[in-house]
Design a protein around this ligand. Structure first.
Ligand code: B12
Ligand code: SF4
Ligand code: SF4
Length: 397
């Protein structure tokens, strides 16, 4: 999950956009802190706290070990040093609001309507979370500064900046990391997207909260379809289906593709089984049955596609092969899926179609994808149609 790689080009960044001599310096910093925390909650967050800019540094050695094992994520390797301390990319940053926003979690049953269906993970349903969270936080911060009558320079990050967002959140007591490697916010669960507000005002940091969310539970380890979550606490990114469907650049290997099944984008399995998420799953399911659009509950971003266009849990991919890549990109504009680009989504569509071969239409969708102009899409579709082949067609030899 991420659109981080797109933003690195603009580093290093500064917070200040105005003439510092003009600014009104806040005096009562505890009042400022409380107002900003309240503003984050009013923007829809379920929890917010203040972290130090180097709050993630305690996990530096974890990150280094992780990078040694996963060198293929080059954007992570390139930015490893800056990730550990926000001041390395934004020198003016002296404190950070770490904020958790609830997102849908729960997979409604596959629709009975005619179609070839593919499943979108909760965080990527509806309008793009990068956009709606940034917009809401920005409005709330501006309003808070007006109420306080102070000038505070800030920069908002939503999965869009080289930080260790989970580690930062742990450092200020927002929650704790579970065996599924997700941040679990007490009372809210792990169905959250993390955002940060980098600030030039020195707020008192909140302490970490000692909390073991897992005890003897290991449901997520048992439920993970690929064994990506290891008993020893290790995470095997190469076999994680969230990685395969959102980050992997080349063809998805046959075994992983079979494990991915209907998943079009992301994987929620290790969160669906977690008891900390029971309330959020109930809420998502209730909203999904009551009103398809209500499950999204988010603001529409600033373009005029109608709400019915947003990806819900299930997307009908029947018509995808008939669309031009530009046409598919246009259809997905304003959603988190768009960061993936149409080609990799069509590759994933081939995987999902292969899991529904008994449905009428799946074979013709795969046949069409096997003739697609792009070699990656062709290769995935051909290997779905002929699992024993290499997945290469004549044009690729
Ligand atoms: C790369 C990345 C991925 C990769 C690798 C994930 C991974 N586990 O490392 C892939 C593509 C697989 C991925 C998948 C997902 N991701 Co992602 N991803 C990121 C990204 C960009 C960097 C993560 C990173 O630095 N990894 C390196 C390791 C070392 O760090 P870490 O995982 O962040 O956290 C470590 C520390 O907290 C430390 N730690 C501290 N205390 C403890 C205690 C214990 C017991 C353990 C084991 C570890 C531990 O170890 C953690 C795990 O290694 C972040 C955004 C960001 N900039 O932080 C989002 C982010 C972590 N992803 C997020 C989400 C939502 C997901 C998915 C749920 C999406 C989905 N539904 O498909 C899945 C979850 C998969 C999983 N079980 O982790 C959210 C996390 C929300 C949350 N509640 O934790 C983030 C923060 C984005 C955001 N802004 O909301 N992701
Ligand atoms: S399912 Fe159990 S072990 Fe996994 S994160 Fe949740 S509480 Fe922890
Ligand atoms: S996201 Fe899916 S594949 Fe990845 S660790 Fe969780 S359950 Fe396993």
């Amino acid at each position: 999950m991420l659109c981080e790689r797109e933003t690195y080009a603009i580093l290093p960044l500064v917070l200040a956009k105005q003439d510092l001599r003009m600014q009104r310096i806040p005096t009562d910093l505890d009042q400022v802190k409380q107002t900003l925390l309240d503003a984050a909650l009013s923007a829809g967050a379920c929890k917010a706290a203040v972290a130090r800019p180097d709050g993630a540094a305690v996990d530096a050695s974890r990150l280094e070990r992780w990078l040694e094992r996963h060198p293929d994520l080059s954007y992570m390797t390139r930015t490893a040093w800056t990730r550990q301390d926000a001041r390395r990319s934004v020198p003016a940053c002296v404190s950070i609001l770490s904020v958790a926003f609830p997102i849908p979690l729960g997979d409604p049953p596959i629709p009975q309507d005619k179609g070839i269906w593919a499943l979108v993970a909760g965080y990527a349903r509806g309008p793009d979370y990068h956009i709606w969270i940034r917009k809401r936080l920005d409005e709330a911060m501006k309003q808070a500064c007006r109420n306080l009558d102070v000038t505070i320079h800030y920069r908002i990050a939503v999965d869009s900046f080289p930080l260790m967002e989970r580690s930062l959140a742990v450092s200020c007591g927002l929650g704790a990391i579970g065996r599924n490697h997700n941040l679990i916010v007490p009372g809210c669960g792990s169905a959250v997207v993390l955002a940060e507000v980098l600030l030039d005002v020195p707020l008192r940091p909140d302490p970490p909260v000692p909390w073991d969310p897992c005890g003897t539970c290991r449901r997520c380890l048992d439920a993970c379809p690929t064994g990506a979550l290891r008993d020893d606490g290790d995470f095997d990114i190469a076999s994680c289906l969230a990685y395969a469907t959102t980050e992997q650049k080349d063809k998805i290997p046959t075994t992983t593709a079979q494990q991915a099944g209907l998943r079009l984008f992301g994987c929620d399995t290790c969160q669906l089984v977690c008891t900390h998420n029971a309330a959020q799953i109930r809420l998502t399911t209730r909203n999904a049955t009551k009103n398809k659009a209500a499950v999204e509950r988010h603001d529409e971003p600033a373009h005029d596609a109608s709400m019915s266009e947003w990806p819900s849990a299930w997307v009908d991919i029947t018509s995808w092969a008939a669309l031009s890549t530009k046409g598919l990109a246009r259809r997905l504009r304003g959603t988190a899926l768009a960061h993936q680009g149409p080609i990799r989504l069509l590759r994933n569509a081939a995987v999902a179609a292969a899991a529904q071969m008994k449905q009428s239409g799946a074979k013709s969708l795969l046949d069409a994808l096997a003739r697609h102009v792009n070699p990656l899409v062709r290769a995935q579709a051909i290997s779905a149609l002929h699992p024993d082949s290499t997945g290469h067609d004549h044009d690729d030899q």
